[in-house]
Design a protein around this ligand. Structure first.
Ligand code: BGC
Length: 350
């Protein structure tokens, strides 16, 4: 009997200590294959390698994706999301021929994380002109009539390029569609993109999210083509005036000094997760929270409380996640001192 109990205890410890946070049975997967469902459950805990390959040019924002990060990140996370501004590393013409030198650089990054056994989300990030947003310094404009076809052609090349990589490589079609893509334009474009990817990658997991910057409230507007290898991403930066306080590049910056998280703030976070969860249940697609995080201007205790709270809430709902981000101004790692910001790392992982 004692032996029996011990075995159960050991099994329990194994289950609790398992890196994958969600058992597939707790996910909503009626619309996808068993393999896709399995991947959704195994994405677990992840981190965005943000502000490195997604500025207009690598290094423009003061962060570089260094090889030494691999051994920091790989033991702690199951997944990395790699935002890449392909639009600024491709011909300005309709064909959007990829800059081979830059693509070769991205190949190495992807392969190094795959070699560690991690899931890698390749995220096409910041195609600003497509949304009608202003261009950033060092970003080149393209003719409006080639904007969408360029995106299709970028994916045609990326899909061909990575078609033989392991199924742990996931394609994320477009970060945070918004502005001009809100509503039907995104539905029409995502169908074109999926069709393009499928000609060379019939079963690869594709991640995509709703409009209005991947807001849960826009999930109901998504119209998805018949495809059983899709995962759906939402982003959650609620309460926005807390997570984005003190950021100067916002059109109307929020004052600093907002703490987190009282009951009302907690509800803002969980309402969005519940809305997404209800959609997932109704439509049968599993969810991934691709971005959440708090900017460095908030006080450290509040950032840690926020991170722990939202992490627990996502995990209770069986949602895998990737924190925004590793080492930038939202980060949990200090790239200058080359150490984790311990209170944040603990809140996220312990
Ligand atoms: C953007 C970052 C931004 C973050 C939080 C990301 O999608 O690429 O530039 O800091 O969201 O707003």
């Amino acid at each position: 009997m004692r032996m029996h109990l011990y075995r159960w205890f050991a099994l329990l410890v194994m289950a609790v200590g398992m890196p994958s946070i969600a058992l597939s049975e707790s996910l909503n997967c009626q619309a996808v294959t068993a393999e896709t469902c399995d991947i959704a459950g195994k994405l677990g805990r992840g981190i965005n390698l943000g502000n490195m390959l997604d500025p207009p040019r690598e290094g423009d924002w003061g962060y570089w994706l260094l090889p030494e990060y691999l051994d920091k990140v790989a033991p702690l996370f199951q997944t990395v999301r790699i935002p890449v501004r392909w639009s600024n590393h491709a011909a300005a013409t309709e064909d959007a021929t990829l800059d081979e030198r830059f693509a070769g650089r991205v190949d190495k990054v992807i392969d190094s994380y795959l070699a560690k056994g991690m899931y890698v989300i390749l995220d096409l990030h910041h195609y600003n002109q497509l949304f009608g947003d202003a261009l950033m310094p060092n970003e080149y404009p393209v003719a409006p009539e080639v904007l969408e076809t360029r995106l299709v052609n970028m994916w045609q090349q990326l899909a061909e390029r990575y078609k033989d990589r392991s199924d742990k490589l996931i394609f994320e079609l477009l970060n945070e569609p918004h502005g001009k893509l809100n509503g039907e334009p995104w539905n029409a474009l995502l169908a074109r993109l999926i069709k393009t990817v499928r000609s060379s990658n019939p079963t690869r997991t594709i991640l995509l999210g709703p409009t209005e910057w991947n807001a849960a409230k826009d999930l109901e507007k998504l119209r998805l083509p018949e495809d059983r290898y899709l995962l759906i991403a939402i982003h959650n930066y609620e309460p926005f005036n807390f997570t984005h306080q003190g950021i100067k590049y916002l059109p109307k910056p929020f004052p600093t000094g907002t703490t987190c998280c009282n009951k009302q703030q907690q509800l803002m976070i969980t309402d969005a997760l519940d809305l997404a969860q209800a959609w997932s249940k109704k439509h049968g697609y599993p969810l991934h929270v691709g971005e959440f995080g708090a900017y460095k201007a908030a006080d450290m205790d509040s950032r840690a409380s926020y991170i722990r709270f939202i992490r627990d809430e996502m995990e209770q709902r069986g949602m895998g996640w990737t924190y925004w981000d590793f080492a930038s101004s939202f980060g949990i790692y200090d790239p200058k001192a080359r150490v984790w910001i311990e209170p944040l790392r603990r809140a996220l992982l312990d």
